[in-house]
Design a protein around this ligand. Structure first.
Ligand code: C2E
Ligand code: CA
Ligand code: CA
Length: 757
């Protein structure tokens, strides 16, 4: 736009220049013709020759009036004014004498623009011949606004004549001094027009911005004979702006309309496609996590996406069905529909976490093997189905499971006594069953245990129920109820002791030492660790120390165990020290160990062999062991204390012995039994016992260790109560030496063990 308007303005001006040249030429021709009438007049020539000023003046003024020339004068050949029409001779004209005279002397006319008495004139000079050139006549017509307009008659442009001396002044000076000009423009616009460039810079202007108002071309008036007057042709740009701005407005309107259409379009696309797609994606992610319930229950406006949603809905419901089926198969016994072993363990765990009393009954069918053998598997299967049905009637299908071929388990949460329950089950199962004319009966034996009094976790429950079941078979009873100690007795029966001896002798990795760190509550440092034995039996799996230690103590095998433990722990201490960790180690000792000469010797030789200080070792002896024979304990413990070992009272609180008596012992540490600590966070009674124990133990100069800390709340509580150290799963579970070394490596520096160089 800019450049096309620019060139159209330029060509407007070009045209105006042409028109001006023609206009000026015509005007001058006119003047010349009119003047020639006078200069060829004989009387006039005579008056010139006689230099008759009065006659000349009146002739000039008469003629001037006739031809509408405001200025008429005569110059002699030196350029002096000899006579003039109306003026006295005081005014001056700056003639370009040389050009003028030379032109006149060869008999030609000369014309140009001049300023005379602050007015602009178009003046024609004509030679007066008689017959040679005797003088020069000047005929001037004043350039007025209307003359100016008529000079560019065919053009829309404005024209300005201005005295060259007034050009390009300061606008203020320009307005205050009295510049000489004639213009078709309004007075106020003239200065701006004379300084306006011909080329348009830019038509775009901000609101309230003025912009370029004119485009002007400066015409050197030497084209017209003198330089005294300058000419400007000016185009007013306002109409162009108006057109341009209309265009801009149209573009803005179109842009706005397009914008609105685009936004509407985007909304529509979002509503139809994007939103449902995003929702679909979210739902798919949800489904991927296994949540199939009521998914894809929405519609989309687009047919394609709706199809997609329907497809997904169908797919998820198929998946759901299949998964449910698989889950059912994996958690149920396919023959009877009862819970499988695994899912039953889960159910037991849920019951345990509810922490309510229940009984677990193991049921072994008697006479089933004969049925299977003599009547065939099909009848056998039918028989099992009937048994399952009868058990479900008693306890509900949630509470019954098939464990193996003819073994079932049942959970009872009812009020019945164990005897009643056993009778009830037996009478239900021993009802005759009728299959294709065959009437059958089966019998059963049962083993019973209960939670939480006779077992504390799932594995104990199942093991103890099996033990009870075995007892009932072995003793030919209808049912046997598990009693405390049956577990150990059972293990004994399993020749566990024989295996233990073998494991100790072969030292083939079945037995290992694990270490459980203890933390100083004041400093946060890990200063100690307790050595705990672990037995990974190749057949029985992990056997908890509770089980075999007790057994070993009862049978005198404990010294062998302690012997093995001491050697291993001492070697491990050395390894740990060489990895840069110096902490104190606790070893559990039984009463028998303390009085065992061999163990004493071993402790001393091991200290020497590995260059370990006795103060690096703490011996833990249970409260119960100490109190069996107070006198003996006192002397034994003093002996160890003198060597430099630290001594600790283990499992304090369950032996019900007076702390005052215990304090007689040369001990350093008191470990509060974990049964007071495990529920410390919630049990007010435990809190009272523990806080008073801590106070008393401190009064007796003992360090107090709380064992079995399983949560932050208990830890915080103990810290507040002034307990010195804690040990428990919350800090760390017992772990192998290599894990312990690694564990220390991951500890933050300040919590690390006491480092000694
Ligand atoms: P203990 O001497 O009272 O050992 C602490 C027991 O508490 C360990 O059980 C330990 O794993 C457990 N314990 C530690 N923190 C927590 C906790 O936060 N929550 C719970 N629920 N338990 C925690 P572990 O290792 O099964 O040992 C049981 C017992 O077997 C020991 O009781 C100790 O009397 C005996 N024992 C273990 N190792 C040896 C040994 O090398 N020699 C001898 N003579 N007896 C040992
Ligand atoms: Ca202990
Ligand atoms: Ca303990």
């Amino acid at each position: 736009m800019n450049s096309s308007i620019r060139s159209s303005v330029n060509s407007d001006i070009d045209e105006a220049v042409n028109s001006l040249q023609i206009g000026v030429h015509n005007h001058q021709e006119q003047l010349i013709q009119n003047a020639e009438v006078l200069t060829s007049d004989f009387g006039f020539k005579q008056a010139v020759a006689m230099a008759d000023k009065a006659t000349l003046s009146s002739m000039l003024s008469n003629h001037g009036q006739r031809i509408n020339a405001e200025l008429m004068f005569i110059l002699d050949l030196s350029g002096n004014i000899v006579a003039s029409s109306a003026y006295d001779m005081t005014w001056q004209i700056n003639f370009p004498y040389e050009t003028l005279l030379n032109t006149a002397l060869i008999g030609e006319s000369f014309s140009s623009f001049f300023v005379v008495d602050k007015k602009i004139y178009n003046i024609v000079f004509l030679p007066i011949k008689s017959p040679r050139v005797v003088a020069i006549a000047g005929i001037g017509s004043e350039v007025t606004e209307s003359t100016a307009r008529s000079l560019i008659r065919n053009s829309e442009l404005e024209i300005t004549f201005i005295r060259t001396a007034d050009l390009f002044r300061d606008p203020i000076v320009f307005s205050r001094s009295s510049p000489v000009f004639v213009s078709t423009l309004a007075d106020g616009e003239i200065f701006e027009a004379t300084i306006a460039p011909e080329n348009i810079q830019s038509l775009f202007r901000l609101p309230f911005q003025q912009g370029q108002q004119f485009a002007s071309r400066y015409l050197d008036s030497s084209d017209f004979g003198t330089t005294e007057v300058s000419l400007f042709l000016t185009e007013n740009l306002s109409p162009i702006y108006q057109r341009f701005e209309e265009l801009v407005n149209n573009i803005l309107i179109i842009t706005f309309v397009l914008l609105v259409l685009t936004v509407l379009g985007s909304f529509t696309i979002a509503r139809t496609y994007t939103e449902p797609l995003i929702r679909l994606l979210k739902t798919i992610k949800k489904v991927a996590t296994g949540d199939y319930e009521d998914q894809f229950q929405f519609k989309a406006k687009s047919i394609e996406i709706d199809g997609l949603i329907t497809g997904f809905r169908k797919m998820t419901s198929d998946l759901d069905q299949r998964e449910k089926h698989i889950r059912y198969q994996s958690s149920h016994d396919l023959l009877t529909g009862l819970n499988s072993r695994d899912s039953f363990i889960q159910i037991l765990n849920e019951k345990i976490s509810d922490n309510e009393y229940f009984e677990l009954i193991g049921i072994n069918l008697t006479g089933f093997k004969q049925i299977n053998d003599s009547l065939g598997m099909d009848i056998g299967d039918d028989c099992l189905r009937v048994v399952a049905k009868r058990l479900i009637e008693i306890a509900g299908d949630e509470h019954v499971s098939r464990q193996s071929a003819d073994e079932f388990m049942l959970i009872s949460t009812g009020q019945d006594t164990s005897e009643n329950l056993a009778e009830m089950i037996f009478s239900a199962l021993s009802q005759p069953m009728l299959f294709e004319d065959v009437t059958l009966t089966v019998g059963c034996r049962m083993g019973i245990t209960s939670y939480p009094d006779r077992a504390s976790d799932v594995h104990q429950l199942i093991r103890r129920v099996s033990i009870a079941l075995e007892y009932s078979s072995a003793q030919n009873l209808l049912f046997y109820q598990y009693k405390d100690g049956d577990d150990q007795a059972h293990l004994k029966k399993l020749t566990i002791l024989k295996d233990l001896r073998e494991a100790l002798r072969n030292d083939d990795g079945q037995l290992q030492m694990f270490y459980q760190p203890k933390m100083n509550l004041v400093t946060g440092n890990i200063e100690k660790a307790e050595a705990l034995i672990r037995w990974f039996h190749p057949i029985e799996g992990f056997i908890p120390p509770d089980l075999f230690i007790d057994l070993a103590e009862k049978t005198g095998v404990i010294s062998l165990v302690t012997n093995w433990v001491i050697r291993r722990v001492m070697a491990d201490i050395k390894k740990l020290q060489s990895s840069g960790v110096y902490i104190q180690f606790s070893i559990n000792m039984s009463a028998q160990d303390l009085s065992n000469e061999h163990i004493r010797k071993l402790l001393e030789t091991c200290l020497e062999e590995h260059d370990i200080s006795p103060t690096d070792i703490c011996l833990e002896i249970t409260e119960r062991d100490m109190m069996v024979d107070v006198e003996k304990s006192l002397s034994l413990l003093s002996y160890y204390r003198e060597i430099g070992f630290l001594l600790s009272i283990d499992d304090y609180g369950i032996g019900y012995s007076a702390l005052s008596k215990l304090a007689l012992m040369p001990v350093n540490e008191l470990k509060i039994d974990k049964c007071f600590i495990l529920n410390l966070a919630s049990n007010k009674d435990d809190q009272i016992i523990v806080s008073s124990t801590i106070k008393m133990a401190h009064e007796m100069g003992l360090t107090v260790v709380a064992e079995g800390v399983e949560d932050q709340t208990s830890l915080d509580w103990l810290k507040n109560a002034g307990c010195d150290m804690i040990q428990g799963y919350y800090l760390a579970r017992p772990m192998s030496l290599s894990s312990l070394i690694e564990w220390f490596e991951h500890l933050e520096r300040p919590k690390k063990g006491l480092l000694r160089s």
